[in-house]
Design a protein around this ligand. Structure first.
Ligand code: SF4
Ligand code: SF4
Length: 362
């Protein structure tokens, strides 16, 4: 049992913060921190860094299935111990990176990774590992399994991870609701609810804290109501933007629907400000069926956009830069995607569609 804390000695806060990365770094990386002179890519999936001190490192990047079981992590650790110097790190896109300090270790390491089923690639102008949002693992409002969409797509596109023949790198993201916490992507696959929630009135009074649900709506579409003599809620469907935010605090606000929760594709987003300002991705396809376990309609559209970009963009152009140069009209012509009135936002009715709630959240 913990000792009682004396009133005169307040407990010190534990400031954990971001762990110190240096103890976990390859010794050559540690020694040469801030001294790297240049780097190159001797082959797809391999980065070679040269320091001002003359020391060199080679980093081999391998794709993973993102959500890894213990056996997979152990397998990667064993490969890092046996074929490298025992250092393994994961990138923000869940690539595994293993660093070695001698060139002759590179090929046996690649062979070991490939032999264990990990594709080596993802550097340079390739399709990097597709990122996805938390989905059913951690979030309370996903409308689909974002990780499943990623797995299905990477199965289709994994040769584009291994090869480097895109004009520039391509970041593909998936998000399982329109909150889109997956961020911006060159190509983004996001789910959309297309209908307001259906309310199970007999359950609302038992499981929902109604003021919280009212407060959750970004467009103030929810009001308390009495239905069949019981406390419930009602939705002004002319205001509802079908965001799904009312579902987590009140599961009787059922919005997930096998027919009306659909997938949309957006293009041209970019977080980077390396050569220009960051950009938001824009909607180009809507209403694709949420069709597990392989989502073939999504894969077909993503491939159409990706290969049109590959065949038409200039070297170094990202997807958004390519569209910026050729214009949206040409983009729709080249990809053969239908352009509809729903692609045009003229802000009509935005007073009702955008955030009309008086609630402030901190
Ligand atoms: S995209 Fe939406 S549903 Fe998916 S994890 Fe993020 S907030 Fe949750
Ligand atoms: S929270 Fe979203 S889905 Fe629910 S009523 Fe409001 S706008 Fe519609």
């Amino acid at each position: 049992m913990a000792e009682a804390t004396s009133n005169t000695q307040p407990r010190s806060p534990i400031e954990s913060g971001t762990p110190d990365p240096f103890p976990h770094m390859h010794a050559t990386l540690r020694r040469n921190f801030g001294l790297w002179r240049h780097h190159d890519r001797p082959q797809p999936g391999v980065l070679h860094h040269v320091s001002e001190t003359g020391e060199e490192v080679w980093t081999v990047r391998a794709g993973t299935q993102r959500q890894m079981d213990l056996a997979t992590v152990r397998k990667l650790c064993d490969i890092a111990d046996e074929y490298a110097d025992g250092y393994l790190r994961f990138t923000i896109r869940s690539n595994a990176e293993i660093t070695v300090d001698r060139e002759e270790k590179v090929q046996p390491l690649i062979d070991a990774l490939r032999g264990a089923g990990f594709p080596v690639g993802g550097t340079g102008p390739s399709v990097t590992m597709i990122s996805h949002t938390q989905g059913w693992l951690h979030c309370d409002i996903p409308a689909t399994d974002a990780s499943g969409v990623v797995k299905a797509l990477m199965d289709e596109l994994h040769q584009e991870f291994v090869r480097e023949d895109m004009p520039n790198r391509v970041h593909i993201t998936t998000s399982c609701c329109q909150i889109n916490c997956g961020g911006q992507g060159d190509i983004a696959i996001n789910i959309q609810h297309t209908k307001p929630p259906k309310i199970q009135h007999d359950l609302v009074g038992q499981v929902c804290e109604r003021p919280s649900v009212v407060a959750r709506c970004p467009v103030a579409a929810i009001r308390p109501a009495v239905v069949d003599g019981k406390p419930s809620l009602e939705v002004d469907e002319s205001k509802c933007v079908a965001c799904g935010a009312c579902y987590p605090p009140c599961p009787p606000m059922q919005i997930n629907d096998p027919e009306h929760s659909r997938l949309a594709i957006w293009v041209g987003g970019n977080h980077s400000n390396a050569r220009g300002v960051p950009t938001f991705h824009k909607l180009v396809v809507a209403g694709l069926p949420n069709n597990p376990p392989r989502w073939p309609e999504v894969a077909e559209h993503v491939k159409k956009i990706l290969y049109t970009y590959r065949d038409n963009a200039r070297d170094y152009e990202r997807v958004g830069e390519w569209i910026e140069r050729i214009g949206w009209k040409r983009f729709f012509e080249l990809t053969g995607l239908p352009f509809t009135k729903h692609h045009i936002e003229n802000w009509q009715g935005s007073r009702h569609k955008l955030n009309a709630s008086a609630h402030l959240r901190f």
